[in-house]
Design a protein. Structure first.
Length: 156
């Protein structure tokens, strides 16, 4: 199953350097998310898109000062999800990361506004925030290969 894991830039860098991280929250298109959507017949791509968006919003709730969201995508066995698709990734190896998603530079102002509005909030609350809705309507997370991390977010 594809799992989307929102992390801060610092946490992504630490994962890349150490090679692994434990007990992370990710988002996947499991049965509970599909039921919450009211569409158990969604194709996998549509359901994954919802899970990715939930991970992108969850990234805004993290304590991070960078003006971008970062979400890692990986294939991982998980069991059980809540209605918003949250799952626990017991062990994530950097080598498992298939791709990463991040905001383009033009989204920085909208990301900062949304992060300011929802930092520390539960995803269920953040989903309905006007600043988050504006960000979601105006900017999509862009796909990158894991090897492009330095191009997406240069080390300082």
């Amino acid at each position: 199953m594809t799992v989307f894991v929102p992390l801060t830039l610092a946490d992504v860098r630490e994962l890349e350097a150490s090679g692994s991280a434990r007990d992370l929250v990710g988002y996947a298109a499991g049965p509970a998310l599909r039921q919450w959507l009211g569409e158990t017949r969604l194709d996998d791509e549509e359901a994954d898109y919802v899970a990715l968006n939930h991970a992108g919003i969850a990234a805004l709730t993290l304590e991070d000062s960078t003006p971008m969201r970062i979400v890692l995508a990986l294939d991982h066995d998980v069991s059980g999800d809540d209605e918003l698709g949250a799952v626990t990734v017991a062990l994530l190896e950097w080598a498992e990361v298939r791709s990463l998603f991040a905001d383009e530079a033009a989204a920085a102002t909208a990301v900062i506004a949304a992060r300011s509005a929802v930092r520390g909030l539960d995803l269920s609350v953040a989903l309905g925030d006007p600043a988050v809705e504006e960000l979601q309507e105006s900017y999509d997370l862009l796909w990158y290969a894991p090897e492009e991390l330095d191009a997406v977010a240069p080390s300082t």
